[in-house]
Design a protein around this ligand. Structure first.
Ligand SMILES: [Zn+2]
Length: 313
């Protein structure tokens, strides 16, 4: 991280723009208005009359101007790119997250702007599109739920969890990848569609003995459970360990981060925090992804995820 902080992209706006352009346009410049990728029909607009980084599309039907930030989470932002990139590196390198207050103080931009900027970066961490099913070739997939925060207007009941937000996570033990979802209720109606859409029928599922999982998983190749009520957390079955401990470890990082770093999180934004913790877990050091590579990975996610909301509440 100390070497990373010496990177000129955090100080020099031109270097920051070059860094961003190289990632957004890894395969050459593309006009975000019409899709023109013919490099002979794109001109860089130099000179004092133009903002830096502006290009002209020369496709006759288009003729529009653009920069590398159009169509990305950085679009229409008045925050310098140097600050965006510093925030991007800080967020990807902080295992339990980093608070908007801290980033605001470190970067010298208003708290409100920092709050927006960080939510846009979380949006960039969100994995979009169709993902391959987990547990193909009979691999182990752990499924578990956890509860966090408070749901507005629901009374707290002793031993109950309805007053908290429910989170469902799926973890493919072979790839080490996790996918987390904010569910309104950890019941079969909510959980089954997520499990069916994300996990291969060949998978070997592992859960605790919660009744919700019992019937639901009959369609899968195998379903093993560990009985937490009998203090059973892991057991060996030949080469395989039956457990949900891997996902529990993930939940503990997530919860420590949410309690220690973020403190307040409304229900509305929970999916973005989950995207942040999933992103760092899926691009973690143990999988050979260092801080610099993790930031590169996030830079790939900034395209096509422009957030349209503007209000922090
Ligand atoms: Zn164009």
């Amino acid at each position: 991280m100390t070497d990373l902080l010496k990177n000129p992209i955090f100080l020099d706006e031109t270097k920051a723009r070059d860094w961003l352009e190289a990632r957004v346009w890894a395969n050459g410049r593309v006009c975000p208005h019409c899709g023109n990728a013919d490099q002979d029909k794109i001109t860089k607009l130099d000179g004092d009359a133009h903002r830096p980084g502006v290009y002209q599309c020369n496709e006759p039907a288009c003729r529009k101007q653009f920069t590398a930030t159009v169509g990305t989470v950085f679009e229409s932002s008045k925050i310098p790119l140097t600050k965006w990139l510093a925030a991007l590196f800080l967020m990807t390198a902080s295992k339990k997250g980093i608070s908007a207050h801290q980033v605001h103080r470190m970067l010298g931009i208003s708290y409100k702007s920092t709050w927006f900027l960080m939510h846009r970066l979380r949006e960039a961490m969100r994995v979009g599109g169709l993902l391959p099913p987990m547990g193909e070739d009979g691999g182990a997939v752990e499924v578990d739920e956890t509860y966090i925060g408070r749901v507005k207007g629901v009374k707290m009941k002793r031993g109950g969890s309805r007053h908290k937000n429910a989170v469902l996570s799926l973890l493919d033990r072979e790839t080490g990848q996790v996918r987390s979802f904010h569910v309104s209720n950890a019941n079969a109606a909510e959980i089954a569609p997520i499990v069916n859409a994300n996990i291969s029928k060949e998978a070997r599922l592992m859960t605790d003995t919660a009744p919700v999982y019992k019937k639901m998983f009959t369609e899968f190749a195998r379903h093993d459970t560990v009985d937490h009520s009998k203090d059973e957390y892991a057991r060996r079955d030949g080469e395989t360990i039956i457990t949900t401990n891997t996902i529990e470890t993930y939940f503990s990082v997530f919860k420590r981060g949410m309690k220690g770093t973020y403190q307040h999180c409304s229900e509305k934004h929970l999916h973005r925090y989950l995207a942040e913790f999933d992103f760092r877990h899926n691009n973690r050091t143990a999988l050979g992804v260092n801080d610099a590579a993790r930031a590169e990975q996030l830079a790939k996610g900034i395209v096509g995820k422009r957030l349209t909301y503007r209000r922090p509440d």
